[in-house]
Write a protein that binds this ligand. Sequence first.
Ligand code: DLZ
Length: 157
Amino acid sequence: MAGTGAHTPQLEELDGSGLRVAVVAASWHTVVMDGLVAGARRALEEAGVDDVTLVRVPGSFELPVAAARLAADHDAVVALGVVIRGGTPHFDYVCQAATDGLGRVALDSGKPVGFGLLTCDDEQQALDRAGLEGSHEDKGYEAAAAAVETADALSAL
Ligand code: DLZ
């Protein structure tokens, strides 16, 4: 499913049973978002994480503020959203704000923030990455796996 050079997580080797993980998901582009959320849940289950909180926000622009709040009392956050390019520069501003904001949350909190924000030119690109039947990639799964793997790595320091 993943492209050349992609990291393949070995989630079954992790013990995520002691982790509290929050998933924050935007609500635009429902079909794609359903795939991303399902992929994230699957990764967390494979890693043995049973304490999972799902928070929905309106759009991807709202992901960082929710992630900031959730990072305060969770071991890791998984941020999921889909932004699809339109005819105005709005796409660039939402993508930039969400990306910068989520990076800032991770550094300010010291907690991993899985980056599951799809930034796509069209809907087909998003569907191809949503972990749905016929998708080539599962970015919700990948983002959750990265968050849990990083939380595990940090807990060993
Ligand atoms: C306004 C907007 C637009 C045009 N497109 C998207 C999108 O493709 N994906 C997404 O997650 N959110 C979009 N939004 C909503 C903004 O993220 C935000 O929710 C609103 O500007 C309100 O703050």
